[in-house]
Design a protein around this ligand. Structure first.
Ligand SMILES: *Cc1c(COP(=O)(O)O)cnc(C)c1O
Length: 474
């Protein structure tokens, strides 16, 4: 044991402590590492956080209540949480070149809710209802709220349509954002598969939204945020960008100039666990105009911040400020483009014809498959992806006609463009050999093919150990 490195020692000791209380949990944690090591993960929203990020979360910071903001807490004894949150904010601001950062949101959805609330609180002019004159929306009673809801009713949001790659939180009915706002969507041009900014401008002029949301979960191209800001200014909208998926590409300076959301949006939200490679969580960035409203995220939307996760965010932001992270971000895109190229050369059809970012969307209808069939056939062959709607999807949001793949995770593992070409070959083999079955979920795939691809995928991964510094023992 004496020559075991610090990370292996730390994780082994943690598992021993957990195992002493509930061995099934220790086993599940250990098995998750094993399973992740074995799987060829092409899920565009996932990544592998560093051991330092993971270890920063497993401690007594979790015991502390610290509702409020740095230096203004509703609880006593928050000096260490203040330090943790201040350092996280300092790194976040420096990393993104933002004037203000709020690192308390527990997730991407929480960050969006905090942002939407801040935008509404900033925009809704209460004085036009005489009795609310000079009142602050955050200080109203329940009864006053009921009156106000009517006045809030006509706030509008313009976001990307779901089938073009938008997110549920961008004003869609099943999510609270779709209940707070009347939503209309902008989509992509049918021929190019890319955002049609002229059409977006027309829709904005006609609809007059309070909020225009940029950002996506499944759009494979750069977005011109400078143009979107111009459109927002023309119609008097607040421009918000949800960079949950591509924050790592912003941090790594792949998206600069017109494509850098921080430079153009009034407010920007993110997750910290996708391409940014931090702990599971969220953050909000804004200029000074909205900062005070965002600071009211707790108690308006959030309860006590997760101090242990804020500690891990600080580590992740600090890691992302290193030159290696910019190199990582470049490699994510190089890998994504190599994967796209490899698929196209073998005859696959890609939505928009390629990629500028970390993700690729394959139109599997061209293989005669639904997304559901393709997803399972690939999984049976050791390749983890997810099905996703494509623009004007003939199979709807459940079965879909797309497979979304992304490179942040495998790039962290060290795979490069040569391996991407091999993965394209494996995927094309599976998709080409799978035959649609009697229903939109059923299919036929020769087990010899899926076994062969599984083996090849495993061999490929063998050269790129995951968490090489972590040895949990037998
Ligand atoms: C993933 C994602 C979210 C939600 O993040 P959670 O942490 O899962 O709540 C929000 N917006 C976009 C665009 C996303 O891709």
């Amino acid at each position: 044991m004496s020559d075991l490195n610090a990370e292996s020692t730390a994780f082994r000791a943690a598992l021993d402590a957990v195992r002493a209380v509930e061995p099934r949990i220790a086993d599940a944690i250990a098995k998750e590492l094993h399973d992740q090591r074995e799987s060829l993960k092409l899920i565009a929203s996932e990544n592998y956080a560093s051991p330092a990020v993971l270890l920063a979360m497993g401690n007594w910071l979790s015991d502390k209540y610290a509702e409020g903001t740095i230096g203004r807490r509703f609880y006593a004894g928050c000096q260490n949480v203040d330090t943790v949150e201040s350092v996280a904010v300092e790194h976040a601001k420096a990393l993104f070149g933002a004037e203000y950062a709020y690192v308390q949101p527990h997730s991407g959805i929480d960050a969006n809710l905090v942002a939407y609330w801040a935008i509404l609180a900033d925009r809704v002019e209460v004085p036009y209802l005489k009795k609310f004159e000079k009142r602050q929306v955050n200080d109203l009673s329940d009864a006053e709220w009921a009156e106000l809801r009517a006045a809030f009713g006509n706030q509008r949001m313009l976001g990307m349509s779901l089938d073009a790659g938008g997110h549920l939180t961008h004003g869609f009915r099943p999510n609270i954002s779709g209940k707070m706002f009347d939503q209309r969507s902008y989509g992509v041009d049918a021929a190019t598969g890319q955002i049609d900014y002229a059409a977006l401008r027309e829709t904005a002029k006609e609809f007059k939204p309070a909020v225009i949301v940029g950002g996506y979960s499944a759009y494979p191209r750069k977005v011109n945020f400078a143009t979107m800001r111009e459109i927002a200014d023309e119609v008097g909208a607040t421009f918000m960008v949800d960079m949950a998926h591509f924050a790592g590409l912003v941090a790594g300076k792949v998206f600069t100039g017109d494509f850098n959301p921080i430079a153009h949006a009034h407010i920007v939200t993110t997750t910290t666990h996708k391409s940014l490679r931090g702990p599971r969580g969220g953050a909000v960035f804004a200029g000074p105009e909205l900062a005070d409203q965002v600071d009211r995220g707790c108690p308006m939307v959030l309860g006590g911040p997760l101090a242990h996760v804020m500690a891990a965010k600080a580590i992740a932001f600090a890691e992302a400020r290193r030159p290696e992270f910019a190199d990582y971000a470049q490699r994510i895109v190089a890998n994504s483009q190599a994967l796209a190229e490899g698929l196209k050369q073998r005859g696959a059809t890609l939505v928009s014809g390629g990629t500028d970012n970390h993700l690729v969307l394959i139109d599997v209808d061209k293989y005669g498959l639904t997304g559901r069939q393709a997803e399972q056939a690939l999984l049976d062959s050791g390749i983890v992806t997810n099905r996703n709607a494509i623009p004007a999807d003939p199979n709807g949001a459940w079965y879909t006609s797309g497979i979304r793949i992304g490179t942040p995770a495998l790039t962290t593992r060290g795979l490069g463009v040569a391996e991407m070409d091999q993965i394209a070959e494996l995927m094309h083999t599976v998709l080409g050999q799978t035959k649609a079955g009697a229903s939109k979920a059923k299919f036929d795939l020769d087990p010899a093919v899926s076994d062969g691809v599984s083996k090849a995928a495993n061999e490929l991964l063998g050269g790129f150990p995951l968490y090489p510094s972590v040895d949990l023992g037998a």
